[in-house]
Design a protein around this ligand. Sequence first.
Ligand SMILES: *Cc1c(COP(=O)(O)O)cnc(C)c1O
Length: 369
Amino acid sequence: MPKANETVLEIDLGALTHNFNYLKSKLQPNTKFLAVVKAFAYGSDSVAIAKHLETLNIDYLAVAYAKEGVLLRDAGVTTPILVLHPQPVNFKTIIERCLEPSIYSARILSEFISVAEEQSQKDYPVHIKFNTGLNRLGFWENDVDYIVSKLKETTSIKVKSLFSHLAASEDKNETEFSKHQIETFKSIAKVFKSKINYNPWLHLCNTSGIINYPEGHLDMVRSGVGLYGFGNSVAEDKQLKPIASLKSVISQIHTIEKGETVGYNRVHKAKDYETTATIPIGHADGITRIYGKGKGYVFINGKKAPIIGNVCMDMIMVNVTGIDCKEGDEVIIFDGLHKASNLAESSGTISYEIITAISQRVKRNIIST
Ligand SMILES: *Cc1c(COP(=O)(O)O)cnc(C)c1O
């Protein structure tokens, strides 16, 4: 792999293939696979990821918002795309670009039907979302009759799937709650299906659901974080390969004396002679201020160098006292070995947050190992 000479996020499609095959090996052969590529495919590159997944015969894609789906369509992605959190202002675009909305409330249902009717649609595919305990988006169990009555008044839409979302699938202390969600969803689906004369798919499991609840796999699963290499547990992390490596380079090295300070607000004070390195990545790139003041770190020539003082917008300073390094040397913020999940934990957050935060200013390099 070429050494970084500026800040880059390297995306390894070989690792993506590995993770996809691993997660797929957990499923029955006929269970479909939806890849969640929202938020630029968890901070990587949604177009490159979606196109690679298409070569692996992915069944479905999902994004959070309509504009994320439009970006994929503009790039020539043809796989069906579920929009998890659509807003009425985008319903016309959703139909024009063949995106499929999650219908999560009575308001969304009636507004989508009226736009679909205006656009003379017939059997436009929609996905009905039920709330079974996350209390975020979704109809309630006792809305089934209302939904079915609205469906019977129109031919403009047809239910492609029914789905719900687990609240704590990664948490072994919440097994009872998760199992209850699975049972509730199955019973809602059974009642729903008994009231219509066709068979929508059912789906419920995210990555940790795939791993922990085979009884919840149903017709399709929806994986995000696992595809990108994180399994929300030590055992699963070992099986998966992080697809993204965030690398940078040393811009300048300073040697400072005892008592001198580093960075804004003079937060870091040298206790003795210190060598510091300035790295061209800051909070505008996604390394937020929580990683400052010695909590976060980077790796230089295999050695751990803590981030000192406050994170600046475009830079961080790290302590390289005793580390053999020079200006121009490569810096690893995270990669397959130095995991983003560990860096996130050092500063009190989770892998999902650090990887999705890497801003669009950082150049993406797509590689395949
Ligand atoms: C983000 C999301 C997922 C993916 O979850 P992971 O834990 O990343 O696998 C699945 N379903 C819904 C509804 C989501 O919002």
